[in-house]
Ligand binder design. Structure first.
Ligand code: HEM
Length: 444
């Protein structure tokens, strides 16, 4: 309705417009639906200005590259949990991968351990963010096109959306405060070692990693302890609540969907999988799990992750940037950045055994650009590396079996519409590459 949308279709145009004109192109459009559904506290949706800056700075301090390695012990432990869970329940690959990413983020933000309570909290958060996924779809609700509708009372015929919005608002605010309350309760009673693995591990299994925890200071605790300068009118406690919750909301589905698409792709391209596993066998060997120190030597596995980010971009439209003043961008030239873009081919990123720096790294594209670039990108990249390398090292990923004759089924790489893009068909199956005894030795 009277707005122009410019789609930036090339890396050159993105850099030209969102980086070089950043002071003009870093705003966001806050729609009536975002306000009515109560999701305007998300950093990604805040208008450019001091309030956004204070939130972003608070989060960035705790997920910038220099800090991200302090989360490696948590990532290692959760990944071990994941491998164990996959061994026992291989049919639940999708749920287990999602749980592992969610559990990592809950531990580093709130200090909440990946036990049964974590499941309950994840459910509470999922219910609360149901509205944001809907509210972010442009044109999903008529009130965005006709803002006067927001003043129509809920009892008025056709204004049922008001009740839905109220329900979503209440769930979000309950989620933010209850999760934080639980965190504070945990902090006040907790002094011993973490319950990670302890609760979830099978009785015959007691991995050494249990001793590694407790992990780093949770982000909420660190923010509470530090003295922050915030703009007038901002309540520090609300800021902390919002910053912690946004890490979960913005970081979980994006990261797990990318990891999961990698597994689907690997099931569809067995040659790629075999090459990656052969590299893991040489670099890591059969007696331990991959770790962050192996990253430099795991050139092909890194290319698999780059290719996963490119092949299925979970946020293909990013979050729209809004200009604050008139601007100009020249030309609409959209060069073909990658050959055969539909193919999953990590080799495109490798030249003479090394990552080819002449090829555009999807890492520099899929996380957005300019001042609103994703602050969680380094943390996400680490989670992707450890999850994908570890699962590939210990399991074979196959296409699902399509019929009673055992014919493999080839998944189609169709994607869904919406603010977040999912693969339509997520089916794939996994088989361990190790016996249970060998796997337990690797996890110890
Ligand atoms: C594979 C995983 C991820 C992908 C593909 C992704 C992608 C994106 C994209 C495209 C944007 C919009 C950037 C722009 O406007 O130019 C964004 C923003 C954001 N992301 Fe991520 N993200 C991921 C993981 C994470 C994680 C793990 C966190 C936090 C722990 C996070 C927190 C945020 C926040 C807070 C924003 C809003 C930034 C702002 O508006 O200033 N993301 N992300």
């Amino acid at each position: 309705m009277g707005r122009h949308i410019v789609v930036l279709g090339s890396a050159r145009a993105i850099s030209e417009f969102l980086e070089k004109h950043a002071s003009n192109t870093s705003d966001r459009l806050v729609t009536p639906v975002m306000r009515l559904t109560g999701i305007d506290w998300l950093i990604g949706l805040m208008p450019y200005g001091p309030v956004w800056r204070a939130h972003r700075r608070a989060l960035w301090q705790h997920i910038r590259p220099a800090v991200v390695p302090t989360y490696h012990p948590v990532q290692r432990t959760v990944t071990r949990m994941l491998l164990l869970d996959l061994f026992h329940e291989p049919e639940d690959l999708k749920q287990h991968v999602r749980f592992a990413i969610a559990a990592t983020i809950l531990k580093i933000t709130y200090g909440i351990d990946a036990d049964d309570e974590c499941h309950e909290i994840i459910q509470m958060i999922d219910a609360a963010i149901e509205g944001s996924a809907q509210a972010l779809i442009p044109g999903r609700f008529l009130v965005d096109a006709f803002p006067l509708l927001q003043y129509v009372p809920a009892w008025f015929p056709g204004a049922g959306f008001q009740k839905t919005f109220k329900r979503w608002r209440e769930k979000t605010s309950r989620m933010k405060s209850e999760v934080l309350l639980k965190t504070r309760n945990i902090a006040s009673v907790y002094s011993g070692p973490s319950s990670y693995l302890h609760i979830r591990a099978r009785s015959d299994f007691s991995p050494q990693s249990e001793k590694v925890l407790p992990g780093p200071t949770p982000i909420v605790e660190a923010l509470t302890a530090q003295s922050m300068s915030v703009p007038a009118g901002i309540d520090v406690d609300t800021l902390i609540e919002d910053v912690a919750a946004v890490a979960f909301v913005a970081g979980t589905d994006t990261t797990y969907t990318t990891a999961f698409s990698a597994f689907v792709a690997l099931s569809m391209y067995p040659g790629v999988q075999q090459r990656a596993q052969a590299e893991l066998d040489v670099v890591v060997g059969r007696h331990r799990l991959p770790d962050f120190d192996d990253r430099d030597a795991l050139v092909y596995v890194r290319a698999v992750i780059m290719e996963s980010l490119r092949w299925h971009n979970v946020t293909p439209l990013g979050i729209p940037h809004r200009t604050v003043a008139d601007d100009e961008i020249q030309g609409y030239f959209i060069p073909a950045e990658y050959e055969d873009p539909g193919e999953f081919r990590p080799e495109r990123f490798i030249r003479e055994g090394k990552i080819d720096t002449a090829m555009r790294d999807p890492f520099t594209i899929v996380f957005g650009s300019g001042r609103r670039i994703c602050p969680g990108r380094y943390f996400a990249n680490d989670m992707l590396f450890l999850t994908i390398a570890s699962v590939l090292h210990t399991f074979n990923i196959d296409p699902p079996v399509a019929d009673s004759c055992g014919q493999p089924f080839r998944a189609e790489s169709q994607i869904t519409d919406g603010a977040l893009s999912y693969l339509e068909d997520y089916r794939c199956t996994i088989r361990p590459r190790y016996s249970e005894a060998e796997l337990l030795r690797l996890l110890a």
